[in-house]
Design a protein around this ligand. Structure first.
Ligand SMILES: NC(=O)c1ccc[n+]([C@@H]2O[C@H](COP(=O)([O-])OP(=O)(O)OC[C@H]3O[C@@H](n4cnc5c(N)ncnc54)[C@H](OP(=O)(O)O)[C@@H]3O)[C@@H](O)[C@H]2O)c1
Length: 309
């Protein structure tokens, strides 16, 4: 089978699509023929070596956490997953961007028929991170929440889920994305000079929850706005957790990510929220996919289309 590999740390040009042996399922494992795989910024940080202290690579290293596909083989002791079943996979083995992915059987959940393959391949990283952020800083009707990076891969989930609680959601994003955010119940505000003043005007009675999906000083802004530190969550500025006492809860904080993905799949397949796909690429264009992601601009998620369903 063909799979994404890299043999050294570097920019996206170190990524290759290589022939590698087909994985065989062992006890409690399944092999999924991947239809679509997600592309997320955390993978780029591992590949570049920026996170080598926390998440070292073992060369040749594979890549990818989010996938959707069809179960191709089932190992001994797996009763609840059948060959031919459409599933969403949650890989912690850096192997989703491949024609075949080996996963523990408890890391696949059924894909509802109504859920498009490319959307299904975004629910693990983007979706469960948003669930974890809402768990860290819950909101409800009466709250005023700010989402920084509201148009990004995590932000599109978080914004809609927060709107769904009945809270007021102020979505910090570039102007090109304001229309979509408004249509989905949020109140868009542009980033850049004067943001603090714009947020004070948008929320004269104060902000009660602040979600940072972008870094670059948003946690300081939250504190300056008077948001209590425990009501601020960042998924990127971990220095601020120490420095300001804000929360730093991301996807790893969720106890049962498979249940989270199943919940998100059910809501999305019933039209409860929308996942915009900003770019789709075949597996062979994996370098281009990460080049696009590095621009940190645009609405929603990037997906690799690996094979036909
Ligand atoms: N800790 C965890 O568990 C965890 C999990 C997932 C992701 N992450 C991290 O969280 C971050 C977000 O991930 P993602 O997938 O959402 O990234 P992404 O999709 O690449 O984010 C791109 C978004 O950033 C927005 N943006 C650009 N400049 C901005 C600014 N100055 N202020 C606010 N927004 C701005 C862009 O919006 P416009 O197009 O509107 O400009 C674009 O929509 C990444 O750093 C990722 O590594 C952490």
């Amino acid at each position: 089978m063909r799979a994404v590999r890299f043999h050294e740390y570097g920019d996206e040009t170190v990524l290759r699509v290589e022939e590698v042996p087909d994985p065989q399922p062992g006890e409690g494992e399944v092999v999924v023929r991947v239809v679509a795989a997600g592309v997320n910024p955390g993978e780029a940080s591992i590949r570049s070596g920026a996170m080598r202290e926390m998440f070292p690579a073992e060369f040749p290293e594979g890549q990818g956490s989010d996938l959707a596909g069809v179960v191709a083989a089932v190992g001994p002791g797996v009763a609840h997953v059948q060959t031919g079943e459409a599933v969403i996979g949650l890989s912690d083995g850096r192997n989703a961007q491949a024609e075949l992915a080996l996963l523990p059987a408890d890391r696949v959940v059924p894909k509802p028929d109504a859920l498009p393959w490319d959307v299904a391949a975004t629910l693990y990283v983007g979706g469960t991170t948003a669930l974890a952020m809402l768990q860290a800083v819950p909101v409800q009707a009466g709250d005023t929440a700010v989402v920084a990076g509201a148009a990004g891969g995590v932000g599109v989930f978080l914004t809609q889920l927060a709107v769904g609680t009945g809270a007021r959601v102020i979505a910090v994003a570039g102007e090109a994305n304001h229309g979509w955010l408004r249509e989905h119940g949020a109140e868009p505000v542009s980033y850049g000079d004067g943001l603090e003043q714009r947020l004070r005007e948008a929320a004269p009675d104060g902000v009660t929850a602040f979600y940072d999906c972008f870094g670059h000083g948003y946690t300081d802004l939250a504190i300056a706005l008077g948001v209590p530190a425990e009501r601020v969550d960042t998924i990127i500025d971990f220095a601020a957790v120490e420095r300001l006492g804000v929360q730093g809860k991301g996807m790893a904080a969720l106890d049962d990510p498979a249940a989270g993905v199943a919940q998100l799949a059910a809501i999305a397949s019933q039209g409860g929220f929308e996942v915009p796909i900003k770019a789709r690429h075949p597996l062979d264009e994996v370098q281009e996919a990460y080049r696009g992601l590095a621009a940190r601009s645009g609405l929603g998620e990037v997906v690799l289309q690996v094979s036909k369903p």
